[in-house]
Design a protein around this ligand. Sequence first.
Ligand SMILES: Nc1nc2c(ncn2[C@@H]2O[C@H](COP(=O)(O)OP(=O)(O)OP(=O)(O)O)[C@@H](O)[C@H]2O)c(=O)[nH]1
Ligand SMILES: [Mg+2]
Length: 197
Amino acid sequence: MSQQLEAVILAGGMARRMGGEDKGLVDLLGKPMVAHVIERLTPQVQQLRINANRSQAQYASFGYEVFADQQAGYLGPLSGMSSAMATSTAELILTVPCDCPLIPLDLAERMLHALTAQNADLAVATDGEREQPVVLLLKRSLLPSMLTFLDSGRRRIDMWYADLQVARVSFADQPNAFVNVNTPEEKQQLADAIAQS
Ligand SMILES: Nc1nc2c(ncn2[C@@H]2O[C@H](COP(=O)(O)OP(=O)(O)OP(=O)(O)O)[C@@H](O)[C@H]2O)c(=O)[nH]1
Ligand SMILES: [Mg+2]
């Protein structure tokens, strides 16, 4: 994989539905959720950083650079994305949330292929039907556009990219790829499903 692509794990939210417990650090089957994501991402990319606004020492213990949002006030995932772009040396940034422990093992490869083949501004993963707006491959050159959007008070990722050239990349072949763990109940459901598989 190109040196010009780095992955950023988004762990900068407040995790209110998880009772405020830092979502990436919540245990799933014996290890923190972010460790599942790290394990699946590291074979795919040469550079990886973690975006977190709390518990930064714990996140740093995984051995990767940790950085906070440049904007105060938990403005949402776009703030993590723009902060990643503002501080990256790579041309392309792959964003993945910390609460998707089954992300595809071929995520970077397929996102990069689609972006290049379609000469798009960014690529977004889909489960075949719904877009996963936090799973993006972004050109760093999109930073001014994202900052303008954020500065105007808007927060929705899909609204930001509505006017851009978007490659949609289906992972319908992997039905559990984007299972998202937002609550203790969802965590238990996933743990049970994995244990039974
Ligand atoms: N950097 C950054 N990331 C965020 C912010 N808000 C959410 N995220 C991340 O965006 C992704 C999707 O957000 P949610 O699943 O809603 O996570 P959350 O906001 O922590 O959880 P809730 O408070 O329960 O909605 C997760 O990876 C979050 O860590 C933020 O203000 N800054
Ligand atoms: Mg949220």
